[in-house]
Design a protein around this ligand. Structure first.
Ligand code: FAD
Length: 430
């Protein structure tokens, strides 16, 4: 790496953001011998949401040389998903699935997980800088990024290519005005970490719990057991459902009042779901309850002149099937495959080799997400007479194998799910 006059730095690849997409991309490029600089705005460890991984993500963590460190970090083992709707219960064991590959994974405190991945990228030679923020981008054959560090010292980074892995920061979509409507209704999440009592400790901690609200089928809860005796619990609903109904927005109130309101609202919602109430009524809170609103996002194209978008910097759907980190590390794998060839001087087609195939899997998840909220996928999931073969195909998608086109529910998800729902059609709540 040359530093020129101290203000302009040349690298092969600049990666914006050290979350899962950025860290995995940086490591994969280092393994091919490229000079990589990662620019991360925050100091790690830092809080992030997205705690339940899918087994498909393990292949990319392994490919990036991070598997041993992730295993040794001692995260909570996960082998499936358990869905609850009133008295109904339906469990998917991800080891029993139609696609080959990992059937287990972890549920992670993201501050620790992201720190492990970023450390692994640095250990493989990526130059990971924390406390630096990207403020401007100029595309072209040698794209440039303007960066400021915590002391407001400015640097220009000149690269052969830029990967934007800035997550919800969405640096290049914002700077280049790439954002497009998502097509999904905006939703919000209210979430916190709770200490587990005896009943929660004795419940199945190896699966994410997904609970449909007893009287609103488009409102649901996650329960994600973590390795340190806590569970992450969140409720996802339309923003108005998770906001005060007295007309005064939460943001207009004093900070302490906001915290108290969020905690009271989340506890009240937990009390409405009988099983969650039994496990977590009155459980001590281990972090202030937080809220996120309007996180779904999309862009017209996942690549452009001198750059590509990874993970949430490109498209984000919805948390319901825990697909975010899997899409993030899958995008890192796919983009670096193309980029490595481009850096060797080969002609590549980012649209055909990156954008279209990545979106194929995202669209599989989209078909599942849309039908979750309409209630159709809930009918499929809770249908008692499902054939084992179809269950294994659905299990494969829920485990993250949304790019395996040997699965009919990946190849043609909309038609297949609609046909399956016609068979499973049950009266729906709500
Ligand atoms: P991130 O993890 O967001 O990392 C981006 C990084 O870029 C950050 O560290 C940020 O500080 C940095 N950055 C931003 N702007 C700049 C800048 N200007 N300069 C430099 N650095 C910058 N996913 C799952 O897999 N499982 C789940 O259970 C799950 N639950 C979720 C629940 C909710 C309510 C929501 C909203 C999302 C959930 N997700 C889940 C999605 C998950 O959070 C994301 O998909 C995932 O974190 C994306 O990873 P990433 O690497 O693309 O971005």
């Amino acid at each position: 790496m040359t530093t020129g006059d101290g203000k302009t730095i040349d690298v092969d690849v600049a990666v914006i953001g050290a979350g899962p997409a950025g860290a995995v991309a940086a490591a994969l490029l280092r393994r091919d011998g490229h000079r990589v600089r990662v620019i991360e705005r925050q100091q790690f460890p830092r809080f992030s949401i997205g705690e339940s991984l899918l087994p498909q993500s393990m292949a990319y963590i392994e490919e990036a040389g991070m598997l041993q460190a992730v295993v040794e970090a001692g995260f909570q083992y996960k082998n499936g998903a358990a869905f609850f709707r009133g008295e109904e219960r339906s469990e998917y064991d991800f080891r029993d699935k139609s696609s080959p590959g990992w059937g287990t994974t972890f549920q992670v405190v993201r501050a620790d997980f992201d720190n492990v991945l970023a450390r692994c990228a640095a250990e493989q030679g990526a130059d990971v800088r924390f406390g630096e923020t990207v403020t401007a981008f100029r595309g072209g054959a040698t794209p440039e990024l303007d960066i400021v560090d915590a002391e407001q010292v400015a640097t220009t980074l000149r690269a052969r290519f830029v990967l934007d892995a800035s997550g919800f920061g969405r640096v290049l979509p914002r700077l280049l005005q790439l954002e497009t409507p998502t097509g999904l209704p905006q939703r919000a999440a209210l979430f916190g970490h709770f200490a587990e009592g005896d009943a929660a400790r004795q419940s199945d901690r190896t699966k994410i719990g997904v609970f449909v609200h007893p009287s609103h089928r488009d409102v649901w809860f996650w329960r994600i057991p973590l390795s340190d005796g806590r569970s992450s619990i969140g409720c996802v609903a339309a923003p108005a459902f998770l906001s005060p109904d007295d007309g005064l927005p939460l943001s207009a109130r004093p900070e302490s009042e906001q915290d108290a309101w969020r905690e009271a609202r989340l506890r009240a919602l937990i009390a409405e779901e009988p099983l969650l109430a039994r496990l977590f009524d009155g459980a001590p809170l281990r972090m202030p309850v937080r809220t996120l609103t309007g996180y779904s996002a999309n862009v017209a194209s996942l690549h452009g002149d001198g750059y590509a978008l990874l993970g949430n910097a490109g498209e984000f759907l919805d948390p319901v099937f825990s697909s975010g980190v899997t899409i993030a590390v899958r995008s890192a794998h796919q983009a670096t495959q193309v980029l490595k060839r481009q850096l060797r001087g080969e002609a590549v087609d980012w649209q055909r080799e990156y954008d279209a195939p990545l979106r194929k899997g995202i669209d599989t998840f989209r078909a599942f997400v849309e039908r979750w909220y309409s209630g159709e996928l809930q009918d499929i999931i809770f249908y008692k007479a499902q054939t084992p073969m179809i269950r294994r195909m659905i299990s494969a998608v829920l485990a993250g194998y949304a790019w395996d086109e040997s699965n009919p529910y990946v190849k043609d998800p909309v038609r297949r799910l609609n046909a399956l729902h016609a068979v499973c059609a049950l009266p729906t709540a709500g």
